[in-house]
Design a protein around this ligand. Structure first.
Ligand code: PAF
Length: 283
């Protein structure tokens, strides 16, 4: 690894960023929780198109996990992650050991696009994401940051957060990267055995079919109800939601698609693994 490529200390991080700033370099941040895959590398590639220096952070953020979720078992392979980031042309990996002081007492109460959908199942999630993203932005002070559309509600939540709190960070979105059968890439896909992995691949196929029907004028509720049943028939044990929402506000839409840009979003459980996915609806 190049010297100073992996940094764990906040002071060293700030010094390196300052050195780049003095030279007039622009800086992009790609926040991650590690267990990297091609989807993450596409975020690095996007960052490289828009900034001189790329910082990737790896931190499994405890505040976005609720009791009983997979914080302890979340896949961790930091050596491999750093090698992938180096090969992708990242300039610095920020890998803090700890992000919260023992007496940390501040929370961020975010509403707007954070309400509903994911928040119904994971009430704690966006407050935790908002907190860690704010702290990372404060430490790295990037000009821009890149987030994947795979976590579409997270992307809109972070856009709202940065706008509402006047954070001088441009938020860029990168499209979903999919496996050959269409399954959206995710660190949690590592949890699947062969049988579950095959079932998981059906989610995107069903979602795309449903999106096509709605785009062609079918009723939203009838189409999403049918798709939910197809997901269950494919072997998923539960569907948390399958919904059409305004692509900017995430307000839920019913009836028929109009000219309002819309997104179809789904969350479902496949043999104990919770999957999320989404796609644009084009009229
Ligand atoms: O999308 C993720 O991997 C995480 O939610 C993020 C943005 C790195 C915050 O921990």
């Amino acid at each position: 690894m190049p010297k100073n490529f992996i940094i764990t200390s906040e002071t060293e991080l700030r010094s390196q960023v300052k050195r780049w700033r003095v030279k007039g370099k622009t800086i992009a941040l790609v926040p991650t929780m590690g267990a990297l895959h091609a989807g993450h590398l596409s975020l690095i590639a996007k960052a490289k198109q828009h900034a001189d220096k790329i910082v990737a952070s790896i931190y499994v953020n405890e505040t976005q996990f609720a009791e009983g979720e997979d914080l302890d078992t979340y896949p961790r392979d930091h050596a491999n992650d750093c090698e992938m980031l180096r090969a992708a042309g990242c300039d610095l990996v920020y890998m803090p050991k700890k992000m919260y002081a023992d007496n940390h007492a501040t929370t961020i109460n975010i509403a707007g696009p954070a309400l509903g959908l994911e928040s119904e199942a994971r009430a704690h999630f966006f407050a935790g994401v908002a907190l860690i993203v704010t702290k990372l932005f404060n430490r790295v002070q990037p000009d821009l940051a890149v987030f994947g559309e795979k976590d579409y509600q997270q992307l809109l939540t972070i856009r709202r957060l940065t706008a509402d709190l006047d954070m001088p960070v441009r938020i860029l979105a990168a499209p979903i990267i999919r496996e050959a059968d269409g399954l959206a890439m995710s660190s949690r896909n590592k949890y699947f055995g062969d049988e579950a992995r095959e079932i998981a691949g059906r989610l995107n196929v069903i979602m795309q079919k449903c999106a096509k029907k709605i785009s062609q004028g079918a009723d939203i509720k009838i189409s999403t109800d049918k798709a939910c049943q197809q997901i269950l028939d494919a072997g998923f044990e539960h569907v948390d939601y399958m919904a059409v929402a305004d692509a900017n506000s995430l307000a839920l839409l019913t009836g028929h698609l109009t000219d309002t840009p819309a997104r179809l979003l789904v969350a479902a459980h496949c043999q104990g693994v919770r999957l999320i996915d989404n796609c644009a609806l084009i009229r």
